[in-house]
Design a protein around this ligand. Structure first.
Ligand code: FAD
Ligand code: PHB
Length: 392
């Protein structure tokens, strides 16, 4: 049996950033992850960092590569009916912007910081479980390289994503779940092709949604709306490019540059909130507590905001014995989560075709898009949510 102050389940962005923030406050933690280090680093996921996430990475000393390689974008394009319209987010929000920097790069930087700290981070842990959550001394148990481990903790942080074990360990009846599934998914690709637009393009086409994004000056990231049970085998590269050309190309002659496809996958779309974000001494953060559809680019940023507040709350508890910030953690987190839920749902419903929608719905979407790109008030509303509210 060993001891730590905070047992952290999951080495995604939430768990790794939490471990780093606690380290900077002199609070010890053990991070336990069930996948391999390579898998955690190579998993292709988010790419958009809000201003607040960028500022956080810089403030806590893990921003060197982000400053060198991240791509700051002051605006985004919204495309429909063959035309692209630019929303100048920096102009509308007093200079705030987003930065393109892959989640796998964020994770790589945070793993390097963890390894430099010398504090424990166990990959490939099996049979991870949490116990005695309602007591003052919850426990974390797991198997690693054939040996069983037991860690007595002051607190446990459930940073183990949507499919993790922490949320399901909370006894029935303590959580209220709010959920919505969408009747579509995203087929995403990475391609060795230089981005042909300097900024992201969100497009609504008669054949459905498409998104042009990027990872670097040589790599493009693209998404197509597809069916939730889409068989990726039915999508040879040529079919994907044809569909992307059809949905993205605009009358001004713009189209994505094509190149070798190096990765393909289908991502389901879901809105999900578990309330409250804690039970006893277990605190949930990131995707373990909430999921947003990716259209608003909010998931990774919500995870960062959660652990920033959670680290502050643990810090207050260990430094002064005050429980106030820990008691307020869920309430404040849910306010930010619901704001992001509303925005992500709105972006999703404005830009996708649902199978059950009719001609009225389509006309309403076009009217909404026309209003969005012609009203400074509407553009400001999108911009301030997209660049994100400051951490608080
Ligand atoms: P995760 O990244 O899921 O990390 C959880 C970790 O816990 C994982 O490493 C997992 O292996 C581990 N784990 C699970 N179970 C156990 C267990 N039993 N024991 C130990 N460890 C366990 N968000 C944005 O902000 N912007 C975007 O542009 C964006 N685009 C996206 C595009 C796609 C295709 C997808 C899939 C997601 C996107 N997201 C985006 C969402 C974003 O990736 C997630 O919100 C983010 O990964 C949440 O981080 P997390 O640390 O909470 O969870
Ligand atoms: C991405 O680059 O992966 C990306 C960008 C914007 C989104 C979602 C994903 O809304």
């Amino acid at each position: 049996m060993t001891r730590t102050q905070v047992g952290i389940v999951g080495a995604g962005p939430a768990g790794l950033m939490l471990g780093h923030l606690l380290h900077l406050r002199g609070i010890d933690s053990v991070i336990v992850e069930d996948r391999t280090k390579e898998h955690v680093i190579e998993r292709v996921r988010a790419g958009v960092l809000e201003q607040g996430s960028v500022d956080l990475m810089n403030e806590v000393g893990v921003g060197d590569r982000l400053r060198a390689e991240g791509m700051r974008h002051d605006g985004i394009f919204i495309a429909f009916e063959g035309q692209r319209h630019r929303i100048d987010m920096a102009h509308l929000t007093g200079g705030r912007a987003i930065t393109i920097y892959g989640q796998n790069e964020v994770v790589k930087d945070l793993i390097a910081a963890r390894e430099a700290s010398g504090r424990p981070l166990h990959f490939e842990a099996a049979d991870v479980r949490v116990h005695d959550l309602a007591s003052d001394q919850p426990r974390l148990t797991f198997q690693h390289a054939g040996t069983g481990y037991e860690v007595r903790c002051d607190f446990i942080a459930g940073c183990d994503g949507f499919h993790g074990i922490c949320r399901p360990s909370i006894p029935a009846g303590h959580l209220r779940i709010y959920e919505r599934e969408y009747p579509f998914a995203w087929l995403g690709i990475l391609a060795n092709a230089p981005p042909s637009s300097p900024e992201l393009v969100y497009s609504l086409h008669d054949r459905g949604f498409a998104l042009f994004s990027m990872r670097s000056h040589d790599v493009t990231r693209l998404y197509l709306q597809c069916d939730p049970d889409e068989d990726i085998a039915a999508w040879p590269d040529e079919r994907i490019w044809k569909e992307l050309r059809t949905r993205l190309a605009t009358r001004d002659g713009w189209a994505p540059v094509e190149g070798e496809i190096t990765q393909k996958g289908v991502t389901p779309m879901r809105s999900f909130v578990a309330e409250p974000m804690h039970y006893g001494r277990l605190y949930l953060a990131g995707d373990a507590a909430h999921i947003v559809p990716p259209t608003g680019a909010k998931g990774l940023n919500l995870a960062m905001a959660d652990v920033w507040r959670l680290a502050r709350a643990f810090g207050e508890f260990f430094e002064t014995g005050q429980r106030g910030p820990l008691d307020g953690y869920s309430r404040q987190g849910l306010r930010r989560t619901w704001r992001a839920q509303r925005f992500s749902w709105w972006m999703t419903s404005m830009l996708h075709h649902a199978a059950d929608e009719n001609a009225f719905d389509h006309k309403r979407q076009i009217a909404e898009l026309e209003y969005l790109v012609s009203s400074e008030a509407a553009m400001t509303s999108l911009a301030e949510n997209y660049v994100g509210v400051p951490l608080a």
